[in-house]
Write a protein that binds this ligand. Sequence first.
Ligand code: NAD
Length: 486
Amino acid sequence: MILHFIDNQFVPSADGKTFQTLNPATNKPLDQVAAGTALEIDRAVMAARKAFDEGPWPHMTLQERRKYLHRIGELIEKHSDEIAEAEINDTGIPANQIRKGAIPRAAENFYFFADTATKITGEVFPVDGKFMNYTVRHPVGVAGLITPWNTPFMLETWKMAPCLAAGNTCVLKPAEWSPLSANKLAEIAQEAELPPGVFNLVHGFGETAGASLVAHPGVQLISFTGETTTGKEIIRNGATTLKRFSMELGGKSPNIVFEDANLDRALDAAVYQVYSLNGERCTAGSRLLVQQSVYDGFVEKLEARVRNIRVGDPHDPKTDVGPLIHPEHWKRVHAYMDVARTEGATINVGGERPAEFRDGNYFAPTLITGVRNDMRIAQEEIFGPVLVVIQFKDDEEALRIANDIQYGLAAYIWTDDLTRGHRIAQGIESGLVWVNSHNVRDLRTPFGGSKASGIGREGGHHSFDFYTEITTIHVAMGNHPIPRMG
Ligand code: NAD
């Protein structure tokens, strides 16, 4: 049974209620999970509050906090096999992508943010020798961290590491479809001997546990990753208690291939960028824009590659694409195939359950052509192994199509023309742009979306803009004139 972790204790829900988590490869139950309510959230927030108000955590030296967080990073590496096992069983993401990607990155999140916190500085504003104004940063208090089911462990650490490095305490509410690996984080927090209440974990559904965390008056910060519609609701619900929000939301990112690009590399990236992580990736290049002059040749090669992608057991190191997270999500992705047909697009590859997999949520890597940007399949986030391809004539049209969408999370540009690369990169309405590169992250750089893809940036010192409060201190250096009244 998967329990909550409150004040360094693993505990069930007070009412004893649980829910099941399923193995996406079979849809057989993996485990029972405690279903948290407002009561568990209140207990967890109280523990986090006490750890913040009375505990040693916010007042420790930076070096002491750094040691704890490095220890967590080391323990993630030590327990990487168990974490990977839980994550693969729970999410269906292929072993290689978890073992070589998500887990090392989770450890790196702790090393990186622990070290970056030691470099936080303030600003100084000397004023004509008469004043000295300067800023200091403080931790804010208790943070609510709400995470989605895609690569849960990595995303949980992406929030927890900077939050704790800044001296805050937190309550994590992981997604109900992939709760298992969060408990590995709790076990590691216990093994690292984090002071009680610094890290708390409450499982449960969004409308109950998640909503209670957002509404709780003892919480100052909400860092949320998930769907845009959920983000809007969270902002509404957090308004009465005036929360500070970081919102990492949905995307439908353009991947633009120009005729002068290195087409072999562009092809490799186009395939990996949408079919890795089972297509359940927020920054997926899920709208492929190909220039007219190279369109036919590129799509022909693309089709051959998509047919060759190995779908299989996510534990098999040779598997490229595993099952989707949940039967409900499978239905949602599948429903888009009817939308594609109705809209007049062509499903060149996939679009169905592969014949060899009768059980589980397997969905064949899918390629759809003949797509116009105004179709729903081009405008909406499908969040599965589904790539839609759109043709464009010139730079101006590429840019217009890329920007004609509510989202603005990521964009990818392939061209050997330096001027064009920069011009298009700066014209795209997007938080993140990669030129001649697939999604290679640098933890120092700001990460986040524009438009409906998010509010705010995390990464590097930007994470500390969110997780710290600034006090500006004005000091008079002499007897400046003070207007007299009364
Ligand atoms: P979701 O919005 O359904 O759920 C995310 C989390 O919010 C879950 O823990 C859920 O329980 C909780 N939740 C739901 N309703 C809530 C409420 N009313 N109050 C508080 N919490 C609530 O998202 P999902 O389906 O789990 O994840 C997929 C989405 O996440 C996609 O849209 C994807 O693009 C996005 N995503 C974005 C990024 C990014 O960095 N921008 C990264 C990963 C995923």
